[in-house]
Design a protein around this ligand. Sequence first.
Ligand code: CA
Length: 193
Amino acid sequence: MLAIACLAGVGHAATLAREIGPAADTTPPVNVTVTDDGQYTPQTSEVHATWSAEDPESGIDQYEYAVSSTTGAAGIVANGNWQNVGTATQGTRTSLALAEGQTYYVLVRATNSVGLTSAEAHSDGIMVAPAVESIGLAKALADGTPVSLRGKRATSNNYGGFFYLEELDRSSGIRIAGGRKRRDRQGSSTWRV
Ligand SMILES: [Ca+2]
């Protein structure tokens, strides 16, 4: 009889601890960070970002993210409003109408298991690189100007730390300085020239 009573007591204590544990959390999630896809994007209709947050007491229950033309919610753009993505730690917002030359920020806020929501965090911003039609036009711009060039051929080799973009008919080419080549879902790539 005594042994049975002890086991029942242990079981009850364990259940009670689980029930009161989350309710004891009085602080919202912390360390909310957001990372967009770099300095420039050729995309005018979509933005992708990854994020994370922590809540040691009760855990993360859900994330929401938004796209803004400022580092706060006041600049949230059309079709960029807060969207709940559950516990997903990345997302791509589509159907946006982003302006060339404008920098956009991805905002994220996290809610923990007791319903407390963090302050919003923002990415460091990503600029929509202005599109130019031809390499000739890109050459007329100052070095270091971000541009979006579509439908060009990239040299397959890396010449002394650089590579080149050329017109499909090879009538013109331009050296690409620095930056990371990145291919998006539409097959375009971004460089800094
Ligand atoms: Ca907490």
